[in-house]
Write a protein that binds this ligand. Structure first.
Ligand code: ARG
Length: 596
């Protein structure tokens, strides 16, 4: 079940469906609302029979078998579907195969015209229009003073891509929300440790907090081993949450140091986020709980105040036994705010799959309260988008060699450094400016880290491996960047003004590889639709990789571009390929490289 219906008028599948809808109602007039089943043909060894197929004949036959329709079996139903097709510029020919598949060959003239039109009017004309106005993507959301780990990196990369996809689909207002963990119990021990080290509040400044991860570890060691310190840490939380100034000041400073560190990661990744941390909802917690209480949702259980929801044995803990609030309490208040103050239609939360139960309980509690529609597909709605773990070579949770955690800034710097080394070994970069080398290494390095993450189904675990992701062969961003840069260089070398060619040039698809490339290009809208409706970026990656394979291994290997009689047409195909590739790069948050 898709997360959202995406209406994509530019989808070939959708356009064919319209033509077949007419044929189906003429073929079986007594069967109303038969939904056309149109699929692209899978390629078989030895080529494909056709481009698309209509698969309705078999299921239709099962429905009409006993009735007086005159059909003798699925193949005859298929024949009739093909015969009843209204005239259409889309279809060149149809044939019926096997048990009744209607095979469709598209008109190459139509394929060419679609590409020409996209080149003139822009690729945004291939974007769908989502039936939803205000969407929030809650992603990244690291915790202050704790390390920002590879899980947060995944959330950042996947969340940013989903946000870009939604924007491309014309969502009116899209919020990229950083739900920073800035209000947890960790602050008690941090502040207690801070004031133990610097008893004079005047001495407490950013430099004093220094390296937060070291600072965090030191205070954690004390917290775990020193009961007197633990007690003071717990009292500090209370003082902070009740707003005592000395404690607020320390809290603010710790947050600032931490945020500056996160910002370095966002800056490298080119990700923008709007921060509203957990602390923001502090004052909303009591009124939210009161409303839930009035609705009779809150019960006592083992000294805590909890909410039971359908189908889950353990309750959501709204107020802990000691009277304190937790992660769930904040999410209750935050979601209330998002629905009632920000008036969002769709809330998407991007975290590791391990948190699914937390979100399941949260959404169910809201449904129980009548604050979300009973039908989870109705708007306003909430969706948890989970992802798997990041593993190291050893198959265990990813850690760097030197320490038990990985600093994301260092990780990204390493990707860039490796790319720079590889780049400097190439003759082509002789004569490049230092700035060009820096920018290109960044685009390739950071892009490679993102692509390695996005190309696999987000629900599965993935193994972080620099050698794999930075390989210039195979399904990596490095390979894709080379393919894109090569296309740009073909166009440059032709010496032609591509903008002029777009205005008047025609695309011809007479050679088989030209046609294969053209067909793949016009399938972008339906692939994007699938990727967006299921919130699965890897679908788009697969398409992108296939596009560059078709371009490089088929089209470019077999079709001479510059200097051939078909030069104009082939240059336009190059430009269309580069345009679609860049759109995919953009959606995946990868900066394209034009020269390599
Ligand atoms: N800070 C949390 C973590 O590190 C993620 C927060 C996700 N968003 C939310 N609204 N709960 O696991």
């Amino acid at each position: 079940m898709a997360y959202i219906e995406v209406d994509s008028p530019a989808s070939v599948k959708k356009q064919l469906a319209k033509v077949f809808e007419a044929s189906l109602s003429a073929t079986v007039p007594d069967e109303p609302d038969v939904v056309p089943l149109i699929e692209p043909c899978a390629s078989k060894s030895g080529g494909k029979f056709a481009d698309y197929q209509c698969n309705n004949a078999m299921s239709l036959w099962a429905k009409i078998k006993g009735k007086q329709t005159g059909f003798r079996g699925p193949p005859s139903v298929g024949q009739a579907i093909a015969k009843n097709l209204p005239p259409s510029e889309i279809i060149e020919s149809c044939s019926v195969a096997g048990p009744g598949f209607v095979n469709i060959v598209l008109s190459k003239k139509w394929i060419a015209q679609r590409i020409e039109k996209m080149l003139v009017e822009g690729i945004h004309t291939w974007a769908p229009q989502l039936p939803v106005k205000r969407v929030l993507v809650d992603f990244s959301s690291p915790n202050i003073a704790k390390e920002m780990h590879v899980g947060h990196l995944r959330s950042t990369i996947i969340g940013d891509t989903l946000a870009r996809m939604l924007e491309f689909a014309c969502v009116e207002s899209l919020i990229r929300r950083n739900h920073l963990g800035d209000w947890g119990t960790q602050f008690g021990m941090l502040i207690a440790h801070l004031y133990d080290t610097y008893p004079n509040p005047e001495d407490v400044n950013e430099a004093a907090i220094g390296d937060l991860q070291v600072f965090y570890k030191a205070s954690k060691v004390r917290f775990d081993s020193d009961t007197e310190f633990k007690l003071r840490a717990q009292q500090s939380v209370v003082k902070l949450q009740s707003g005592e100034e000395k404690y607020l000041k320390a809290w603010q400073q710790i947050c600032d140091v931490s945020k500056a560190e996160f910002e370095k990661v966002y800056q490298r990744l080119g990700v923008r986020l709007e921060a509203k941390g957990e602390s923001y909802y502090n004052s909303l917690i009591p009124p939210t709980l009161e409303k839930l209480d009035k609705l009779g949702l809150i019960e006592e259980s083992e000294g805590a105040r909890v909410i039971f929801v359908e189908g889950v044995d353990i309750p959501l803990i709204a107020v802990k036994r000691d009277g304190g609030f937790n992660y769930s309490t904040t999410d209750l208040a935050a979601l209330w705010y998002r629905l009632n103050v920000e008036k969002l239609d769709w809330n998407i939360y991007v975290t590791d799959v391990g948190q699914w139960q937390h979100f399941d309980q949260l959404f169910k509690a809201f449904r129980r309260a009548g604050w979300l529609p009973k039908d989870e597909n109705e708007f306003p709605k909430c969706t948890h988008i989970g992802f798997g773990l990041v593993l190291g070579e050893d198959g265990k949770r990813f850690r760097s060699r030197s320490s038990d955690t990985v600093r994301l800034v260092e990780l990204l710097d390493e990707a860039k450094r490796r790319c720079k080394t590889a780049l400097l070994e190439r003759d082509a970069v002789k004569g490049w400016s230092e700035e060009e080398i820096e920018k290109t290494s960044e685009a390739i390095g950071y892009g490679a880290v993102k692509y390695a993450d996005l190309k696999i189904n987000r629900l599965t675990n993935y193994t972080f491996n620099f050698d794999h992701m930075l390989n210039d062969k195979g399904n990596t961003a490095v390979y894709l960047q080379y393919a894109h840069a090569r296309i740009c260089s073909i166009i440059r070398k032709s010496g032609k003004d591509i903008e002029e060619l777009k205005k008047s040039g025609n695309i011809l698809l007479d050679q088989e590889d030209e046609r294969t490339l053209g067909l793949h290009l016009i399938q972008f809208p339906e692939v994007f639709e699938e990727s967006l409706s299921n919130l699965l970026p890897h679908v788009l990656c697969e398409y992108l990789y296939n596009l560059s394979e078709i371009f490089t291994k088929k089209f470019y290997t077999n079709c001479q571009v510059v200097g051939s009689p078909e030069e104009t047409s082939r240059l336009l195909l190059c430009e269309a390929t580069a345009t679609v590739m860049r759109q995919c790069f953009y959606l995946l948050g990868i900066e394209p490289v034009y020269k390599l």
